[in-house]
Design a protein around this ligand. Structure first.
Ligand SMILES: [Ca+2]
Ligand SMILES: [Ca+2]
Ligand SMILES: [Ca+2]
Ligand SMILES: [Ca+2]
Length: 476
């Protein structure tokens, strides 16, 4: 009886609330990039808009502590030569901004009043000296050594560097230089000028071993990781997932490989999900896609545990998350047909059919069933299909009502309005469904992009963008 009462008290306010609320920010003009980060450490994300200019400016909107708007504003000048911007929690509380240039990184504490950057670390980085133009959002800090402060992986001039951060927010020592991957220098002559380029695969940090993040990169021969050794990392990488370097021969065949690192079987280690798309180029291209799933055993594993042949070309996903809350990771993705017949239909009728598939995790050796457990169909016109920001109108990323099951967000644009509906997941296994009624919201205005995000912990949001505004739609 008591248990029933407790459940009722928690569930009632959520299920009664059928409407959603919006919070909006007007930037007043175009912006090149938006980063959501908690600068003042109040647990609510603030917005960093990158505005073009000489120098570029970070236009910052602090989220009100009551979460109902964005009142306070600051403008930080981006230092000259900045080629990349990172956000990392190095000086608690809150996140800080690192500006990366050819000669190292400078920092602005998230709580800074004036946005004045001060030197943080001097190191030769793989960015062009005297870089002009808009910096890229380079990445986020991650706590590598588990001391509660973010550490930073940077591209050094020849090899990757890791900066371990001390409790004072300063680098603990000189950066750790990783043995691999080394950069390759190529030179070519263009109109009498010698052009020198350096390049190497980009390294990311991934949970490839128990409880630790490892530097990880993909090249043609496979997915390589640098194992931990003492305080640092080993000299030689392990090719954890050797891939056949079987570049297709012959004219007119293109292959594209994408990788996702996610824990497929819930053992805490990231596994490899590799998407391989092949296109035979011609007047009308023919395409096919395979999804190859490899289990991470800590030892080189060249054999996929499962191969899923997709009935078309991958459009969104693969996203891996426990949708039905049974503890097994599920797979959600969308495809469009890549065959000749569908291409002709698309060209003649201007409609593209997108199929969304959900594969419920089995918990067995083969993580997913052979064919999808559930599917949803959408038909979009060619223009919507070709505009990436509004192509995918079915999003399954968050639990909106707190019942442990992910809920389906549907977005629909018509007559200059954008309609958002949250369809709550009900039932389980083959009876899993998304209720037709659910919280809804309509925004009047020309939306050019939408996605799901969260700017307050535990409170998912749909983010809409117009050319000058950003709108967050959330539960009340
Ligand atoms: Ca904040
Ligand atoms: Ca750390
Ligand atoms: Ca599941
Ligand atoms: Ca739910």
């Amino acid at each position: 009886m008591i248990r029933w009462l407790v459940v009722w008290v928690f569930v009632s306010p959520l299920t009664c609330a059928q409407e959603l609320v919006s919070v909006e920010v007007d930037v007043g003009g175009p912006h090149a990039d938006l980063t959501e980060a908690d600068l003042d450490g109040d647990g609510k994300d603030d917005l960093l808009f990158l505005i073009e200019g000489t120098p570029p400016v970070l236009d910052i909107r602090y989220q009100d502590h009551d979460g109902k708007g964005f009142g306070r504003r600051a403008q930080w000048q981006v230092p000259a030569g900045t080629a990349g911007i990172m956000v990392a929690e190095v000086i608690s509380p809150g996140q800080d901004v690192l500006y990366l240039s050819a000669s190292g990184a400078s920092i602005v504490e998230g709580t800074s009043e004036d946005g004045e950057a001060r030197p943080w670390i001097a190191a030769e980085l793989l960015f062009p000296p005297g870089y002009r133009g808009l910096p890229k959002h380079w990445g986020w800090g991650r706590d590598i050594d588990g001391d509660g402060h973010d550490d930073v992986l940077l591209p050094g001039i020849d090899r990757d560097l890791i900066v371990f951060v001390g409790p004072d927010g300063k680098p603990k020592k000189t950066p750790t230089v990783l043995a691999h991957p080394r950069s390759r220098t190529t030179a070519d002559r263009t109109q009498g000028l010698l052009r020198v380029r350096r390049g190497r695969p980009r390294t990311e940090l991934a949970r490839m071993a128990k409880g630790v993040l490892l530097p990880t990169w993909l090249d043609r021969s496979g997915l390589h990781v640098l194992p931990r050794q003492g305080d640092g990392f080993a000299d030689a990488p392990i090719n954890l997932f050797p891939l056949e370097d079987d570049a297709p021969s012959g004219l007119g065949l293109l292959r594209r490989v994408d990788v996702d690192l996610d824990d497929l079987d819930g053992d805490g280690l990231a596994d490899l999900c590799l998407t391989r798309t092949e296109a035979r180029v011609g007047t009308i291209p023919e395409r096919r896609t395979d999804l190859l799933l490899f289990k991470n055993t800590g030892q080189p594993n060249p054999t996929p545990t499962q191969v899923i042949v997709l009935p078309g070309v991958l459009s969104s996903g693969p996203s891996l998350a426990d949708v039905d809350g049974d503890g097994h990771v599920d797979l959600f993705l969308s495809v469009f047909a890549g065959d000749v017949k569908s291409e002709i239909t698309r060209r003649l009728l201007g409609r593209v059919r997108l199929d969304y598939y959900l594969y419920l995790g089995t918990g067995d050796t083969q993580p997913f069933p052979r064919s999808p457990s559930h599917s949803l169909t959408d038909k979009v016109d060619t223009q919507t299909f070709e505009t990436w920001g509004i192509r995918h109108r079915r999003i399954l990323t968050d639990d909106w009502d707190g019942d442990g099951m992910l809920d389906l967000v549907q977005v629909h644009i018509d007559d200059g309005s954008c309609h958002v509906q949250v369809r709550h997941a009900v039932g389980s296994g083959p009876d899993l469904a998304f209720a037709d009624s659910g919280a809804a919201f309509s925004w009047k205005g020309e939306v050019i992009h939408y996605t799901t995000t969260a700017i307050q912990r535990g409170r998912p949001a749909v983010r809409l963008k117009t050319t000058t505004k950003v709108i967050y739609i959330m539960r009340p």
